[in-house]
Design a protein around this ligand. Structure first.
Ligand code: IPE
Ligand code: IPE
Ligand code: MG
Length: 225
């Protein structure tokens, strides 16, 4: 039986969820934020899950209309400020990944405050991927170590990435079957689950069902049974 020690989720389908109900797309992002809270609490209460990495804003999402991007930035700031007591109560460490330099000073400060105030927490690690793109992460990583006098090893590159941990289980909601530049290196041997549920409708029940299926998969990592 496998344990999904590191779960990663591509939280897709917020906009469509809202549009289906004749609401503005941003309402879907708000609803999605509530699901983030529920899933995070669920994972923090699950003894086998150590890490939950959630794709919240990609390096490509800046292409969206200015108002949607601005809304997402405000939502993120509001979310983090409101969640800090919950992180502390549930012993959750917050570790953002992505290139945070693109964000406003005020948002950067909120992100680093929550990170610092939860560094002592030793329960679940919740990573939000913010201005994150796997290709950008790998490039930044390579540039950090390129002047090393030896050949770069797999371990060196792994350690130079924002997310240094292999993914066990990768879930994408919203019906599309692609990775959209998320954790490409870390998902080399991840089990992939794609579900049609739009993220605001994703429940801990559905996650539990996926975890049950995951447990039964035979993971061979290139070897034999
Ligand atoms: C995912 O939902 C959230 C972000 C990318 C910020 P979308 O906003 O992509 O929702 P759809 O895919 O358009 O429905
Ligand atoms: C992936 O969703 C990014 C996040 C969930 C943050 P997108 O909606 O941006 O991905 P594409 O454009 O459908 O590939
Ligand atoms: Mg989408």
């Amino acid at each position: 039986m496998n344990n999904a020690t590191h779960i990663a989720i591509i939280m897709d389908g917020n906009g469509r969820w809202a549009e289906l109900q004749d609401m503005k797309r941003v309402k879907g992002h708000e609803a999605g934020a509530n699901v983030v809270r529920e899933i995070t609490t669920y994972c923090s209460n699950h003894k086998d899950i150590e890490r939950l990495t959630l794709y919240a804003f990609s390096t490509e999402n800046w292409k969206r209309p200015r108002l949607e991007v601005e809304f997402l930035m405000k939502l993120l700031e509001r979310y983090l400020k409101k969640e800090l007591p919950e992180y502390l109560k549930n012993n959750i460490r917050f570790e953002p990944i992505g290139d945070l330099r693109a964000f406003s000073k005020s948002l950067q400060k909120t992100i680093s405050d929550v990170k610092e105030k939860t560094t002592h927490c030793d329960g679940l690690v919740q990573s939000l991927a913010l201005n994150y793109g796997s290709q950008d992460e790998i490039l930044r990583g390579v540039n950090k170590i390129k002047n090393c006098e030896y050949d770069i090893t797999q371990e060196m590159l792994s350690n130079a990435l924002d997310c240094k941990h292999n993914v066990d289980l990768l879930i994408r909601t919203g019906g599309d079957h692609r990775l959209s530049n998320f954790l490409l290196w870390q998902s080399a041997y991840a089990e992939l689950f794609f579900c049609d549920t739009l993220f605001p409708d994703f429940t801990t029940n559905e996650l539990e069902k996926i975890l049950k299926k995951f447990k039964k998969i035979e993971r061979r990592f290139g070897g034999l049974k």
